[in-house]
Design a protein around this ligand. Structure first.
Ligand code: ATP
Ligand code: MG
Length: 425
């Protein structure tokens, strides 16, 4: 016997009892983004592997162990399912010349793929909404991103989250810091774990992000980035804080923030919660002034930029365990009909009701009145609409409340619209 085919581990079906949360989320997010003048962009899910290696960084968790990479057998190209959206978005903007004399406020949403160990809040196919502002030097736009997030949380009914902000400084100050880190960690070479040794010369900043308890003491003593920051970045960081204070957005400064991608400079931030266990980061981003020139492979394409991405599954989990209340969509009515003339009239009636903004399920598949009424009941609809020979003759519809003890009435079509709408809460 052939075995049933299972979904891929860490890749979830999202079923109707869940999708209405997604739809509420998506509608809210789209309204929110258009309120800030961001425009939608849609990129392919597969890209040349090189795009991610070059932008995210060769010595990062994503590139080293999390990418779904495969060979296109027709031409031997190495392709990768996108693990994040920023690199693709920059590629698309460059390929289509969108930045020519015009900064861009963009957003995208959709599935991302990372080969991680699946657990609550961590999946191999997960969803992000990504927001990118290209051609802006900040710090005003950096602040806009943080301010707009706090508005979104309010709209979604999310509480108990906080934002941590940090700065990574300029490329030059990072290089200086890097040299000092290497010198420092070299002194403890024998105590470094395998990951740290491997990263010592390629990406020492990532050692600071080590989750290994045995490494914590060494990490704690490492030179602080703050000591190496350039003056301009400090001014930028101060100005960002000033706007946030003026806008009444509380924040915490965390100069240990190291993002899992190499392309960031200056501003970095993460929105975190304590309510989701270990997977507490719901949204993260920052400035990436060097990435556009890097992907465009020429300084003539250079443009400052910043952006962020949020994890949709984590946000939904937060909404569902927090105070957010939304109701599943309920059809207004379920149309029950029996007999040829009645069925013809019922077809007309449901289309008429839909023309008038009502949600109506038309019974399909025949059967007795009694069997159809059962279906009406399990459909969740508020009313059964009944059309038999009598109603068809009179061009009327009988309306029977299904969720409350009220009597059935028979009315004309216009009146049925008013009645069904009036009873909505
Ligand atoms: P983490 O530290 O949790 O691995 P990250 O730094 O790798 O997160 P980013 O690349 O910044 O994550 O992605 C932005 C957001 O996408 C994260 O804050 C998180 O909410 C979400 N996210 C990232 N990886 C996953 C995943 N495997 N499953 C579900 N959501 C994820
Ligand atoms: Mg990660």
């Amino acid at each position: 016997m052939t075995k049933t085919i299972q979904a891929i581990r860490g890749m979830n079906d999202i079923l109707p009892n869940e999708t209405y949360w997604w739809e509420f989320f998506e509608d809210t997010v789209n309204d929110w983004l258009s309120a800030y003048g961001y425009q939608n962009i849609r990129m392919p899910i597969v890209e040349q592997t090189d795009l991610f290696v070059r932008s995210i960084g060769e010595v990062t968790d994503i590139v080293e162990k999390e990418m779904y990479t495969f060979v296109d057998h027709l031409n031997g190209d190495s392709l990768t399912l996108r693990p994040e959206g920023t690199a693709s978005c920059v590629r698309a903007v460059l390929a289509n010349n969108l930045l020519y004399q015009k900064p861009q406020r963009l957003y995208y949403s959709g599935p991302m793929f990372r080969h991680e160990r699946p657990q609550k809040g961590r999946y191999r196919q997960f969803h992000q909404v990504g927001v990118e502002a290209m051609g802006f030097a900040g710090p005003d736009i950096d602040a806009e991103h943080i301010v707009m997030c706090s508005r979104l949380w309010r709209k979604l009914g999310i509480t108990g989250v906080r934002v941590e902000i940090g700065t990574l400084g300029s490329a030059a100050s990072r290089a200086l810091h890097r040299t000092r880190l290497i010198k420092y960690f070299e002194q403890y070479f024998n105590d470094l774990d395998e990951d740290a040794r491997r990263r010592l010369y390629s990406n020492p900043l990532r050692i600071l992000d080590s989750k290994n308890p045995a490494m914590q003491e060494i990490v704690a003593g490492a030179p602080k980035l703050l000591e190496d920051l350039d003056e301009e970045s400090l001014v930028h960081f101060e100005a960002l804080q000033e706007i946030l204070r003026n806008q009444g957005v509380d924040f915490e400064i965390n100069l240990q923030l190291v993002r899992g991608l190499d392309y960031y400079n200056r501003t970095v931030f993460e929105w975190v919660t304590d309510r989701l266990g270990a997977q507490g980061t719901i949204c993260a981003g920052g400035r990436y002034d060097g990435l556009i020139a890097q992907i465009g492979a020429s300084s003539k394409h250079s443009a400052p930029a910043c952006g962020f991405a949020m994890g949709v599954e984590r946000l939904l989990a937060l909404m569902q365990t927090g105070g957010t209340e939304i109701s599943p969509p309920v059809p207004d009515a379920y149309m029950v009909h029996l007999g040829e003339a009645a069925t013809n009239f019922a077809w007309k009636t449901v289309e008429f009701l839909r023309n008038n903004g009502l949600k109506v399920i038309f019974h399909c598949g025949g059967g007795s009145f009694k069997a159809q009424m059962k279906k009406a009941d399990t459909s969740g609809a508020r009313f059964a609409l009944i059309i038999g020979d009598d109603e068809a003759q009179a061009e009327a519809v009988s309306i029977k409340p299904l969720r409350e003890a009220a009597s059935q009435v028979s009315v004309g079509l216009e009146e049925s619209v008013d009645l069904l709408k009036a009873s909505r809460e």
